[in-house]
Design a protein around this ligand. Structure first.
Ligand code: MF3
Ligand code: CO
Length: 282
């Protein structure tokens, strides 16, 4: 999420977008290895160590480690942790909902993406609710990504996320977390513009070729109100309800969009919106 960002938008060339893609695909590889490792009893520190090993084997580094003194490679946020969970001795339990936010920097270009897993087992009703929260959050993210292809202004992304969530019936509709938002990315992890996850009015930059944006809705099963623990990082829901976070890094160029953190550029998920992603420079 953009912790700061009142700078100018950094427009990338197609060649630069392909450099960013290399970093983003390392993040995708981390996600695959973490998804395969998630199981009851594993500690979040062990998952963080897997991320470090993938980064090293690719000659990349984490952009999270050392960011405002952040002490780990990844953010792993379990159940009522909204974002910025610090990996440590916590073990995953059956049925936990776990967001795994990962980044990589390669040759100065930044990758950043997050997925959510639900640990097998545990109470079936609870697990199904968590799987639904993850599905809804992921779908909200894809609506935002599609709006980057079809919209006119950056704020159209937030409107698409908001509109999709509002189509859900009130009994199952999650809250949209207001305090953490998406961002531009490139030679730094957090750049202009801010990418809201909700409808806003007023000035917003035009969506223009050269933009690379992280689109990352964060939803809660209960109220979105949150607070930060004394460690200065861990953000929790005030009501103890579950939270969920999905994020992709997306390039907008002269021929369309390409989801840099998805090996297929988002082709499979964007088909439902009638969008065919195009690799920058193709
Ligand atoms: N990955 C987060 C984001 O999506 C930022 C992580 S904050 C850090 O923007 F301190 F952990 F790096
Ligand atoms: Co991000």
């Amino acid at each position: 999420m953009a912790l700061l960002g009142k700078d100018r938008i950094e427009y990338k060339t197609n060649a630069e977008m392909l450099q960013i893609r290399k970093a983003a695909l390392i993040v995708a590889q981390i996600h695959r290895e973490l998804a395969a490792a998630v199981r009851p009893g594993i500690t979040t520190a062990e998952l963080d160590a897997i991320a470090l090993q993938v980064l090293r084997s690719n000659g990349a580094k984490s952009n999270f480690f050392g960011y405002y003194d952040y002490p780990a490679q990844t953010c792993i946020s379990v159940n009522d942790t909204v974002v910025h969970g610090i990996p440590g001795a916590q073990t995953l339990a059956p049925g936990d909902i776990v967001s795994l936010d990962c980044g990589a920097v390669l040759h100065g270009w930044h990758g950043d993406a997050c997925f959510t897993a639900v640990v097998p087992g545990g109470d079936e009703k609870k697990r199904k609710e968590r799987e639904r929260l993850s599905r809804i959050t992921r779908t909200a993210m894809w609506h935002g990504i599609a709006a980057m292809a079809t919209g006119k202004y950056v704020r159209d992304i937030g409107s698409a996320i908001d509109d999709y969530v509002m189509t859900l019936s009130p009994e199952i509709r999650p809250d949209i977390v207001l305090d953490f938002i998406g961002h531009g990315i490139g030679t730094r992890m957090h750049q202009a513009p801010d990418v809201m996850n909700y409808r806003t009015r007023g000035k917003s930059p035009r969506l223009k070729p050269g933009m690379v944006l992280c689109i990352e809705p964060i939803l809660t099963a209960g109220k979105q109100d949150n607070y930060t623990l004394a460690d200065g990082w861990t953000v929790k829901t005030k009501d103890g309800s579950d939270a969920c976070h999905w994020e992709h890094e997306v390039a907008l160029h002269d021929r369309g969009i390409w989801v840099l953190s998805a090996p297929d550029g988002g082709a499979q998920e964007l088909a439902q919106f009638g969008i065919v992603p195009v690799l920058p420079g193709q």
